[in-house]
Design a protein around this ligand. Structure first.
Ligand SMILES: [Zn+2]
Length: 242
């Protein structure tokens, strides 16, 4: 009995393929973020699977758009009941209006509590949450950099967090400076660690070549899995780079 899992890309869409002892191909698009998964019979070759996906691209895109719109819509509102992510976990937002300084905190296991002054608008609520995300992310970074400076044998002279539209991180090797995307705070902590290691390895090797992959394999053997983890909560239709 063999069950193989494989990830391929078809017209810019990541598709997970699972080969099983089944007779027919099943294709599904799954909430909340429109992940595409195909269960395929063992005898079907890659080209046949690709064709089956291509013939249903319009349907796949439509399903994904529905999921993404639902999510974006709710993210814009900043009201109680919405889903927000923190370190790879889903939390339910609970907005409490009180005449006290704004505060964000995790309550229990699944609630993201945000206290705001009465009448605080959506933009301001977003800023309050963003500032909290930034603080939480920044707190995790220095110990990780220190750990990997020792492991890799390089020095990060400067680091920072910013919003980036298509990159998880960037590295200026000459300046010894790395930037990390604020969105990493919503992913699993290992995704942050992977991006930090990735950017720090760029201090040894600027390009994504064979040598780079060898270095990554040596320092962090599970890096490919962490990289996949980054795709679990897509924000845009674009592919992100490290
Ligand atoms: Zn890179």
């Amino acid at each position: 009995m063999t069950t193989e899992k494989q990830l391929i890309e078809v017209s810019g869409i990541a598709v997970e393929i699972i080969r099983k002892k089944i007779k027919n191909l099943h294709l599904g698009v799954y909430p909340p973020y429109g992940k595409v998964r195909v269960s395929a019979p063992l005898f079907l070759d890659d080209d046949a699977i690709r064709l089956a996906i291509i013939s249903r691209l319009a349907w796949i895109r439509k399903q994904q758009k529905t999921f993404l719109n639902q999510d974006r819509q709710s993210e814009r509102e900043m009201i109680t009941g919405e889903t927000h992510y923190f370190w790879g976990r889903r939390f339910r937002l609970d907005v409490i209006e009180a005449d006290l300084p704004p505060r964000v905190r995790i309550r229990g296991t699944a609630t993201l509590e945000m206290r705001v002054r009465p009448g605080t608008n959506r933009e301001k609520r977003e800023q309050i949450l963003s500032a909290w995300y930034r603080r939480e992310l920044k707190e995790q970074i220095p110990p990780l950099i220190a750990k990997w400076e020792e492991m890799i044998g390089v020095s990060v002279l400067e680091w920072g967090v910013k919003r980036m539209k298509t990159r998880w991180g960037s590295c200026n090797a000459r300046a010894g400076r790395i930037w990390l995307n604020l969105e990493l705070v919503k992913r699993h902590p290992l995704c942050l660690e992977y991006i930090i290691v990735h950017e720090m390895v760029h201090l040894l090797q600027r390009r994504h070549n064979e040598r780079f992959c060898e270095l990554m394999d040596g320092f962090m053997p599970g890096w490919r899995q962490h990289k996949e983890g980054l795709k679990e909560i897509p924000l845009t239709d674009e592919y992100w780079e490290e």
